[in-house]
Design a protein around this ligand. Structure first.
Ligand code: NAP
Ligand code: MG
Length: 493
């Protein structure tokens, strides 16, 4: 396969170089070099942010109203569907996702874009009062230039979580994909241009987080940062942003639990656990990486679950029957492998998998791991407490509601949780007791663009998706307008 070039995207043009040399882009299924990416130095990042600033302040963008921005996003959604094959191919070779999963991601991406297309002209301010000679108004305005920093696990979907609300609200956005997976981000920026967004409104910075990403976050003209990635980097970004009082949205790690009570439909719960722990090879922030199961049904449930995990088809992302592909990066492959290997030393018992997966032919140099189910896991063990971000599911036993809540809440993350029970009163009690931003009851991983994702604890701050996710891209303003000589001057004077 010919090695492609991918470059930073600015003012409607892909650059040949960015001043900081080139980085390899690798297909994780084969280990093969697929692209050389031109990385940005701080000067190039500055040039890109200035282009975004110019585009934001341009008369051309000022004239585009909310309904018009909505139309551009509708066009973008159509283009994503029309170019689905191209986008799928890029994401498949770059991220290693199975083709069937990618078809679902295209549909999801288009639906998020359409949601924000419809929402663009529904941002409403308020009139608080018209008494005492004054109108008191609140309104929303775009920030100007915002930054969207992306992880490597869902590059296209994550870009769709940031570009549409940013554009709907009237901003210009600079995206920074992971240096591991830049291909669909640049492709999406090109589609934005084709959808009618003026040059410079959607730009892309390429390069590593520690240099290009850092320069973007620190740039004084960037007024808001929407970041999705690890808790460690999120913490660093929040500190950096604090120097200039920038708004920050952080969608970070998770250590999410499925809680299975004895009265649950065990078959469906086992299916949900197997799917949500291993889809995308466990590289999903809301993946279930712990299954807490009530003592009295634990043996039966684990038998059901182990049988399902053993049947998961790991293999060539191009194969229609593949459910799970490779790990996306070599670094994450090594990290997850170390967690799995260390789990035995911590006292965990391997029920399925347990290490590397040897592949043959073209796949022999890819980053392959076995779906791994671990029993006898307890809070306090690293495999229980820390995010692995790989195909490892830890099973923990509990006795009664109180203990389930205590174990579930014992980790420092607070992204999502899932409860399986036939008792709806208990379901409601669990919704109140669990300290996570998302809770599913008798379902798992379901979501819609209109439902906000509000992470808690070390899983992040702010909100993505829904109308609240749109308002996160707007500054507030309060205005008081005197309309006769009753209008007061001064507060309480
Ligand atoms: P990461 O290492 O934190 O990187 C995320 C992004 O930040 C990458 O583009 C990275 O660039 C960039 N970055 C790194 N250092 C930076 C800095 N100093 N300044 C600015 N940008 C910087 O995370 P990842 O390994 O890509 O993704 C996995 C993590 O993301 C997991 O923890 C997962 O839970 C989390 N995640 C969360 C959600 C959610 O919605 N809550 C969704 C998906 C993933 P480079 O990679 O190019 O260096
Ligand atoms: Mg790659």
């Amino acid at each position: 396969m010919a090695v492609r070039h991918v470059g930073p995207f600015v003012d409607g043009r892909e650059l040949k170089e960015g001043g900081a040399g080139f980085a390899d882009v690798v297909n994780p299924a084969t280990g093969e070099l697929i692209a050389r990416q031109a990385c940005c130095d701080a000067a190039c990042v500055g040039q890109i942010v200035r282009s975004s600033e110019r585009a934001f302040h341009s008369p051309e963008w000022r004239r585009v109203g909310a309904a018009e921005r909505g139309k551009m996003l509708l066009k973008l959604a159509d283009l994503i569907e029309q170019r689905a094959e191209e986008l799928i191919e890029l994401e498949l070779i770059d991220v290693g996702k199975p083709i069937t999963q990618l078809r679902g991601e295209i549909a999801l991406t288009a639906s998020i874009v359409r949601f924000y297309a419809g929402a663009a002209d529904k941002i409403e301010g308020t009139v608080k009062s018209t008494e005492g000679g004054c109108f008191y108004l609140t309104t929303y305005e775009p920030y100007g230039v915002v930054a969207g920093i992306l992880p490597w696990n869902y590059p296209l979907v994550n870009a769709a979580l940031k570009v549409p609300p940013a554009i709907a609200a009237g901003n210009a956005i600079v995206l920074k994909p992971s240096v591991e997976t830049p291909l669909t981000t640049v492709a999406l920026a090109k589609l934005c241009l084709e959808a009618g967004m003026p040059k410079g409104i959607v730009n892309v910075v390429l390069g590593s987080g520690s240099s290009a990403g850092n320069a973007l976050v620190a740039h004084p003209a960037v007024r808001k940062i929407s970041f999705t990635g690890s808790t460690d980097v999120g913490r660093h970004i929040q500190k950096l942003a604090a120097d200039r009082m920038k708004m920050v949205n952080l969608e970070l790690g998770g250590k999410n639990a499925i809680i299975v009570f004895a009265d649950a439909d065990l078959e469906r719960a086992a299916q949900a656990a197997a799917l949500s722990a291993f889809v995308n090879c466990g590289q999903l922030c809301v993946a279930c990486s712990r299954v807490l199961v009530e003592d009295s049904v634990a043996d039966r449930f684990l038998e059901l679950l182990a049988a399902k995990v053993a049947k998961i088809r790991v293999g060539d992302p191009r194969d229609e029957k593949t459910l799970v592909g490779p790990m996306t990066t070599k670094g994450q492959y090594q990290t997850a492998l170390k967690y799995i290997e260390n789990a035995r030393g911590e006292g965990a018992r391997v029920l399925c998998g347990g290490g590397k997966l040897e592949m043959s032919g073209a796949l022999r140099n890819g980053f392959w791991l076995q779906p791994t189910l671990l029993a006898d896991v307890k809070p306090g063990m690293k495999v229980h407490d820390e995010e692995i971000f790989g195909p490892a599911l830890s099973a923990v036993r509990f006795s009664g509601e109180e203990e389930a809540v205590r174990i579930s809440n014992s980790v420092e993350y607070g992204l999502s949780g899932s409860v399986w029970t036939a008792n709806m009163e208990r379901g409601l009690r669990m919704i109140k007791a669990l300290d996570t931003g998302i809770i599913w009851v008798n379902t798992m991983l379901t979501g819609y663009p209109q439902i906000p994702v509000p992470p808690r604890k070390m899983s992040g701050t702010g909100v993505e998706l829904g109308m609240e996710g749109l308002l996160a891209y707007c500054k507030r303003k309060s205005a008081m307008i005197g309309y006769d000589d009753q209008a007061p001057v001064g507060w309480g004077l």
